[in-house]
Design a protein around this ligand. Structure first.
Ligand code: TXA
Ligand code: MG
Length: 327
């Protein structure tokens, strides 16, 4: 299959929408990471999506809508907490888990009676979903287990020839996936950390269950699909609290990459083949997956990663870092 590259202008977005309406699979930008879209009401389209990613069938997908008011397209009834969260954070990097509508293909929710929905804020994503006029299932646009793609080039690195088209756009602004909140429980439970923090959620719904039992990727132990590996580059990842010295780096065999908020000493820098020092937590989150992919392209055996402080977006980033290192 040839993967068509489309620009984000109206005529080509219409073409992308037409491919989706006919049961094709199309990658598109969102503010968090690139998504791989399929018509959520079309079982064979959804099956092709799972195949293209190599995604385990027990890991349900997030359904994307163009407008918060479109929820009846995917959802049978909206719990009060979900309504409050959508009015506070949609469009934006927040996903609510709520009772599902009949029309959503069972494979989308891995057979669960609930569905995860979000309204992306990226205007290209919203326009595309609006043009299709149906709910769009879209997991991150990467091969299952790999770091998510935050550029269209990284989408093609994983999926060229396996998907019908990619809508090209600038890199994702946030760089980590949306916060997932289960609104079928009271109080709501954070299933995956993201740019919308627990404190922001609690300020809207009063109380949110402590994410103390979140796993490394910020996903609950009982959240579907979390047993599978996530966010892993080919290189091994080592987490550190401060930049390693040249001596510490000597113990790692092969090519080494380093990223963090603190820079390496000159002696240590001479031992690594790629290094990146970020100027803020936001920039660290935005470019983290892309750095892992860059290190892989460089042939790194090890990627040394400075742990993010769990403040603001840092909590979500730390979750991803922990999962990337978990093997
Ligand atoms: O930012 C994002 O959310 C990106 C962009 C493309 O929108 N999408 C994304 O999708 O990250 P994906 O498939 O990679 O992650 C889906 C997450 C998983 O942690 C999954 O377990 C959870 O959502 N999820 C989906 N449906 C669920 C359900 N019914 N109940 C509980 N968790 C669910
Ligand atoms: Mg994913």
């Amino acid at each position: 299959m040839e993967t068509i590259r489309l620009e984000k202008e109206e005529r080509q977005l219409r073409q992308a929408a037409e491919i989706l309406r006919r049961g094709g699979i199309v990658a598109f930008p969102t503010e968090t990471v690139f998504g791989l879209g399929a018509d959520a009401t079309n079982p064979s389209a959804v099956q092709r999506l799972f195949q293209a990613k190599g995604r385990p069938a027990d890991n349900p997908l997030i359904v994307h809508l163009a407008e918060p008011d479109d929820w009846p397209l995917a959802v049978s009834s909206l719990p009060t907490t979900a309504r409050q969260l959508l009015s506070a954070f949609a469009p934006g990097p927040l996903t609510v888990v709520v009772p599902k509508q009949e029309c959503i293909a069972p494979a989308v929710t891995a057979g669960l009676p609930t569905v995860a929905v979000r309204v992306p804020s990226n205007p290209v994503a919203r326009e595309l979903v609006r043009l299709v006029g149906r709910p769009i299932a879209a997991p991150s646009a990467n091969r299952s287990g790999r770091p998510s793609a935050t550029t269209w080039q990284s989408v093609l690195e994983d999926l060229d020839g396996r998907i019908d088209a990619v809508v090209c756009d600038n890199p994702s602004e946030i760089g980590v996936e949306s916060t997932v909140v289960d609104c079928c429980q009271n109080p709501p439970v954070v299933l995956r950390r993201g740019a919308v923090t627990e404190a922001q959620i609690a300020a809207v719904v009063g109380q949110v269950s402590s994410p103390g039992n979140l796993q490394g990727d910020g996903a609950m132990v009982n959240s579907p699909g979390v047993r599978h590996p996530h966010y892993q580059p080919t290189a091994r990842v080592r987490l550190v609290d401060s930049p390693p010295s040249a001596d510490e780096l000597r113990s790692l065999p092969g090519r080494i990459a380093y990223c963090g908020l603190q820079g390496l000493s000159r002696a240590a820098a001479s031992r690594v083949s790629v290094a990146r020092t970020f100027t803020s937590l936001e920039e660290y989150a935005r470019d983290f997956y892309e750095f892992l992919r860059l290190a892989d392209r460089d042939g790194a055996a090890w990627i040394v990663v400075e742990r993010a402080k769990p403040e603001g977006i840092g909590a979500a980033l730390l979750d991803r870092q922990t999962r990337a290192a978990d093997r």
